[in-house]
Design a protein around this ligand. Structure first.
Ligand code: FAD
Ligand code: SF4
Ligand code: SF4
Length: 439
């Protein structure tokens, strides 16, 4: 019979500040401490109340200056030395807060994509999101699910299967026919409470932005808007990358203590998923509805953009000829229109051109404008500021025309033409016309 060795508790120690090492980084250690045992001095250095410290190591790990260490009494050091030398089983004291958090997070599983629709017509961004969602679901080892809300919208579940979902949560009732924040928030929160998804993705459209913010507030979780990149870290956290500080840096944001993790992504930022006809999945019908009387908003009529003569949807265009400040005036955009017409495309603009009143706001490409992903993007007299690049750099082909050879636009260009656009653009248009005539 083998002897059962008693378990020895491993000492955890307490945190201590190393002399002269703190760089007063802004109290990161204090914000990391789960038991509030760190106070900051006027000069921004921590004072640790060791009697309260539970030795969780969080402050030590977060300190950018390696200014904190764990302190062990001589007796504790002796126990640690004995433990290292013996094969006795060690009882790791679990940080109760961390254990409770891990249990809570483990209740949430699955990647959901909200399928946006208006009068039964799906928004293309939903299918783009199913593409990126499939990668996340695969890494997490969970199902990719579609969230379909509306009236007579079961066909969208089958569409979602064709774009990669394996399950669809369907809420089909007259009260959901038109998008109204109150009704959709109630419906989504009910589904989240019932099925507990780990990740929810929505289009950064008018509807998606409105709904995502309201849901995140209601369920008490984080939301990252306008993500340009999504991935999973080794702790199942969603790494949400988006431009920050006016687009000058890319920030990666995590929501590591709350679930679900919610992100919105603009149309055209993620590549379109390939459609697989005949794909099947499971539909979970949830009968939950909201009483019509409780919804204060009434939709009288939907007036769609694009019905006006001048309205152009640059996000769906395959060819875009964009002009910037280098166009020198509104009258010169006629030259870009001629080229765009030859290509069967549309005219876009930089913010400078829009701010100058040369083009309407709906033509603006970039961080505060539209994100586009055409087959060919021709940038004429646009310098290539980061705020412009984030809106067009994923185009299949970028042709840049600029007289300044060091303009940043050339860094993302497939083909760069250094020269005067007033000579180059008409020459390209004339060449295309000539080629068309010969064909
Ligand atoms: C928070 C924030 C959000 C922003 N959002 C956006 C956005 O959504 N979209 C956006 O575009 N910008 C945005 N901006 C503005 C952005 O920073 C730039 O100021 C803007 O993109 C510059 O526009 P531009 O390239 O047309 O003008 P400029 O930077 O002035 O560039 C003009 C270019 O034209 C070239 N040029 C001049 N004449 C000729 C010629 N005859 N032939 C060839 N080339 C010529 C010049 O060499 C130059 O490179 C934002 C800025 C901030 C702070
Ligand atoms: S080790 Fe943990 S409990 Fe102790 S001071 Fe640092 S963060 Fe707070
Ligand atoms: S995290 Fe480190 S550098 Fe920052 S205040 Fe605390 S001890 Fe100082």
């Amino acid at each position: 019979m083998s002897e059962i060795k008693p378990k020895i508790k491993k000492p955890r120690g307490v945190a201590r500040l190393l002399d002269g090492k703190c760089i007063a980084c802004g109290a990161r250690c204090q914000s990391a401490c789960p038991v509030n045992c760190i106070e900051m001095t006027e000069t921004g250095e921590p004072i640790i109340e060791t009697a309260k410290c539970i030795g969780c190591l969080k402050c030590v790990k977060i300190c950018p200056a390696v200014a904190l260490e764990m302190y062990f009494t001589p007796e504790e050091l002796q126990i640690l030395a004995e433990l290292a030398a013996s094969a006795a089983p060690v009882e790791e004291e679990l940080d109760p807060e961390a254990a409770a958090l891990a249990r809570k997070l483990a209740e949430y599983r699955g990647v959901w994509v909200f399928v946006e629709q208006t009068e039964g017509e799906p928004a293309r961004v939903s299918w783009e999101l199913l593409g990126v969602g499939a990668g996340l679901a695969k890494t997490l080892g969970v199902e990719l699910c579609a969230l379909v809300i509306g009236e007579k919208v079961e066909h969208l579940c089958h569409e979602a299967f064709a774009y990669g979902a394996t399950k669809a949560y369907l809420m089909d009732a007259p009260v959901y026919y038109h998008y109204r924040t109150e009704a959709y928030v109630e419906a989504c929160c009910h589904l989240i409470d019932t099925y507990k998804p780990e990740v929810i993705l929505m289009g950064a459209t008018g509807m998606g932005r409105d709904l995502a913010g309201a849901i995140a507030t209601r369920v008490g979780t984080g939301l990252t808007a306008d993500c340009t990149g999504l991935s999973i870290d080794d702790k199942r956290n969603l790494m949400q990358t988006r431009p920050a500080f006016g687009g000058n840096i890319m920030a990666t944001i995590m929501c590591d203590k709350y679930r679900p993790q919610m992100s919105t992504v603009r149309p055209n930022v993620m590549p379109m998923t390939e459609r697989r006809d005949g794909a099947v999945g499971t539909i979970i019908r949830d009968p939950f509805t909201v009483a019509e009387e409780s919804v204060l908003t009434k939709v009288i009529e939907i007036i769609r953009d694009g019905h006006g003569k001048s309205a152009v949807d640059i996000t769906g265009a395959e060819f875009i000829v964009s002009g910037g400040r280098g166009m020198m005036g509104p009258e010169n955009f006629a030259m870009l229109k001629e080229l765009a017409d030859e290509l069967g495309g549309v005219v876009g603009a930089s913010r400078s051109a829009v701010d100058a009143g040369w083009m309407p706001g709906d033509r603006q490409v970039g961080q505060t404008g539209k994100t586009v992903r055409p087959k060919i993007y021709i940038a004429c007299g646009i310098s290539g500021a980061i705020q412009h690049l984030v809106g067009m750099q994923d185009s299949d082909m970028v042709i840049a025309i600029n007289r300044d050879s060091s303009a940043p636009i050339f860094e993302v260009a497939t083909y760069g033409i250094v020269g005067d656009l007033f000579q180059i653009v008409p020459a390209i248009t004339a060449k295309i016309r000539e080629m068309k005539q010969h064909n």
